[in-house]
Design a protein around this ligand. Structure first.
Ligand code: HEC
Ligand code: HEC
Ligand code: HEC
Ligand code: HEC
Ligand code: HEC
Ligand code: HEC
Ligand code: HEC
Length: 490
């Protein structure tokens, strides 16, 4: 295989070169770093471990998967009317809200067990992301943020003639293959996306895919069951077929000119300053970056870059307790930047959206890679879309759940009858869920007599003063010491 290395030429002299190792974190590219947004791979290569990386960051212990995702799933119970069935009695797979969720698997020894809820792929059998109503409506920004433009939003696409030849301003979807002046006998790709964005099968922690595979891997346009879209969404029609004009439906000039990671450039570490970053960390950090798409373009136009696109990669927690103020810490990059006028600073706000209502919060602390914002105690229970917004340039999508406060205020034992008072227990779970939603004393299940959101009465031969009672609710467990009832005084 030919080794393709980007080299960018300034008229006659070679500015930056070097045999880029086919490893992640290669600077200069190719391949590009994987600091921003989605790792360049394909859905077919995702495993449960990868689902967890985004949906339950930090969870590697299999016993922690259910606690990490149950709030998110069980919040769906109140999202549709009529309430979905906990049991998928239809026998139809994959289970959905319409069929009911959990499959009861007959146990050879008699009775039933619940199908392993930690294997996401039991129920989510194909890319759930690109069959959503948002994807079907080509609202790709809903999740991907301003890293791209939406095809139907009327953004600027040049109407001047394309010029992908030497000296032209127009990059190609791939680029031009030219002789590599630094290594005679080899070739390089210039003036196109593949000048930098190339596959790197040996990259760590996982293989980096080429642009054709990352895009086709979404299933969009492929007519597979449940798939959406068509080839033209990306490849255009007529004169625009297979040209950059088709790609510009999503990769418009403005979004391309707003993608940048904070490079290690010492002069401005902690902020992004277009044109003054080290080369190879994005699209607008360095003259070298401009030339990757424009090849011989040597201009330093102003007025191209305002707010760079903020990229969320993590958060301190995905579940918060209703009625309690808390701090949400968002990690990522490009949260603050200076415009290309060299003076305007672009600062972030955090937006939380649920049921169509958006709350805008101003962070009390912000750096290029971390935002800290106070979550008010008044946030209603629900699932929220979380975005970082810099003057309307929005990040990719993250989520958080505000779950009911869960607490045991007293657990009193009176002749083997345990009365537990508190809040957030939810409504009485059906008998099928006894193995997960229950009351236990030092790990041994008690017999539930009555169950309401604030009070549970149970009997247990095992109960005793000083032992621990645990209530396993839809939103997680709550535990307390057991006290003996005070002796009645006449
Ligand atoms: C519900 C959120 C969501 C929506 C809406 C969405 N995507 Fe994605 N997209 C993802 C996620 C998550 C991934 C990575 C996992 C996967 O491939 O399913 C991804 C991956 C991709 C990739 C591969 C990126 C890479 O670096 O590997 C492309 C290309 C892509 N999406 C295109 C689109 C297009 C085009 C649309 C609109 C028609 C769209 N997406 C809408 C969430 C979304
Ligand atoms: C690169 C990060 C990423 C990976 C990997 C990923 N997801 Fe997602 N997923 C998202 C984002 C972002 C959304 C949209 C916000 C949300 O709903 O959390 C989403 C949404 C979803 C949704 C909701 C779709 C809808 O109908 O709204 C499901 C279901 C889902 N993901 C399942 C999975 C499963 C299963 C896997 C593993 C096979 C997986 N995801 C891997 C980021 C990811
Ligand atoms: C028992 C079946 C089942 C299993 C197992 C399962 N899910 Fe789901 N999940 C669902 C259903 C059903 C929905 C609702 C989808 C819909 O709206 O059609 C859902 C929704 C989601 C959502 C979106 C929730 C929202 O707010 O809309 C995410 C994210 C998600 N699942 C991730 C995961 C991940 C990650 C795993 C593995 C750890 C997993 N799921 C395992 C059935 C399952
Ligand atoms: C000069 C090298 C170079 C060229 C040429 C280039 N890019 Fe990039 N691009 C980068 C770097 C570096 C990043 C940041 C990657 C990271 O750290 O995640 C990036 C990030 C992106 C992102 C953000 C999503 C992601 O996966 O990080 C998109 C979208 C993107 N490029 C699209 C394009 C398109 C479309 C073209 C062709 C018109 C192109 N790029 C050409 C260097 C380049
Ligand atoms: C989500 C966007 C997207 C969709 C949808 C899509 N493609 Fe692609 N396709 C790409 C990208 C990106 C490339 C790599 C750049 C290139 O080669 O032009 C590519 C490359 C190709 C190539 C290689 C072109 C060349 O010049 O070597 C062919 C052929 C192709 N696609 C056909 C299809 C067909 C047929 C469909 C529909 C079944 C389709 N594509 C759907 C994004 C897409
Ligand atoms: C319908 C929207 C859409 C079209 C059209 C489209 N892309 Fe993309 N492209 C995306 C999305 C979404 C991403 C993923 C951004 C992210 O990482 O969140 C992406 C990412 C990229 C990246 C960055 C590397 C990566 O895989 O993340 C390159 C390079 C790229 N596209 C090239 C192309 C080329 C070349 C074409 C035209 C053949 C094209 N795209 C057409 C939506 C589109
Ligand atoms: C990721 C690819 C990419 C990078 C990197 C990039 N541009 Fe562009 N730029 C484009 C595309 C695509 C166009 C539209 C060209 C076309 O469609 O013919 C464009 C157009 C332009 C134009 C023409 C004006 C316009 O709005 O149509 C100027 C000037 C320009 N770029 C300057 C720069 C400068 C300066 C840099 C570096 C700071 C830069 N570009 C980096 C992709 C890029």
């Amino acid at each position: 295989m030919k080794k393709k290395i980007i080299s960018i030429l300034a008229t006659a002299s070679v500015l930056a070169l070097g045999a880029a190792a086919a490893l992640w974190a290669a600077v200069p590219p190719p391949p590009v770093n994987q600091n921003l947004f989605i790792y360049d791979t394909s859905f077919t290569s995702f495993t449960v471990v990868n689902c967890l990386e985004c949906h339950a960051p930090g969870v590697t212990d299999p016993t922690q998967i259910v606690p990490a995702l149950e709030a998110r799933h069980h919040a769906l119970l109140v999202s549709v009317t009529p309430q979905p069935s906990c049991i998928n009695a239809s026998g139809v797979l994959p289970s959905t809200l319409a069929t009911g969720c959990h499959i009861l698997v007959p146990n050879p020894a008699g009775g039933f067990t619940i199908q392993d809820p930690t294997n996401c792929l039991n129920c989510h059998t194909s890319s759930p992301h690109h069959t959503t109503t948002f994807a079907a409506a080509r609202d790709c920004k809903h999740c991907h943020g301003a890293a791209i433009d939406n095809p139907l939003d009327g953004h600027y696409i040049p109407s001047y003639p394309m010029n992908t030849a030497f000296g032209g301003v127009t990059p190609g979807p791939v680029g031009r293959t030219v002789a590599n002046p630094a290594a005679p006998g080899t070739t390089i790709i210039v003036q196109g996306c593949a000048a930098c964005h190339q596959a790197a099968p040996a990259a760590t922690p996982k293989a980096i895919f080429g642009n054709q595979d990352t895009h086709h891997g979404t299933g969009i346009g492929q007519g597979a069951p449940g798939s959406i879209g068509e080839c033209q969404w990306c490849h255009g029609t007529g004169a625009n077929s297979f040209t950059i004009r088709a790609c510009e439906a999503c990769h418009g000039v403005n979004s391309l000119h707003s993608i940048q990671f904070d490079s290690p450039a010492a002069a401005n570490l902690g902020s992004i300053v277009p044109g003054n970053e080290s080369l190879g960390y994005g699209h607008i950090g360095n003259n070298w970056d401009c030339q990757g798409c424009h090849f011989s373009w040597t201009g330093t136009s102003t007025g191209l870059t305002t707010a760079t696109v903020p990229a969320i990669s993590g958060q301190n927690s995905k579940v918060f307790t209703a009625g309690k103020a808390a701090t949400l810490i968002i990690t990522g990059n490009s949260f603050v930047n200076v415009g290309d006028d060299g003076s305007t600073t672009y600062n972030p706000v955090v937006t939380l959206t649920s049921s169509g209502i958006t709350t805008t919060l101003t962070p009390f602390s912000k750096t290029v890679s971390e935002i800290q914002v106070a979550l008010p105690s008044t946030l209603p229970i629900g699932v929220y879309e979380v975005r970082v917004d810099k003057n309307g340039t929005v990040s990719n999508l993250a989520k958080l759940v505000v779950a009911p406060e869960l607490a045991i205020t007293s657990a009193v034992l009176s002749s083997q009858t345990l009365t537990i008072v508190g809040k957030g227990f939810g409504s009485a779970p059906s008998a099928d869920f006894k193995s997960r939603l229950n009351v236990s004393v030092n790990g041994v299940q008690a017999k539930v007599i009555s169950w309401s959101d604030t009070k549970i009465v149970a009997t247990s031969a095992n109960a005793g003063a000083g032992k621990t009672v645990t209530v396993n609710t839809l939103y997680g467990p709550a535990a307390s010491n057991i006290f003996a009832a005070a002796k009645k005084v006449r």
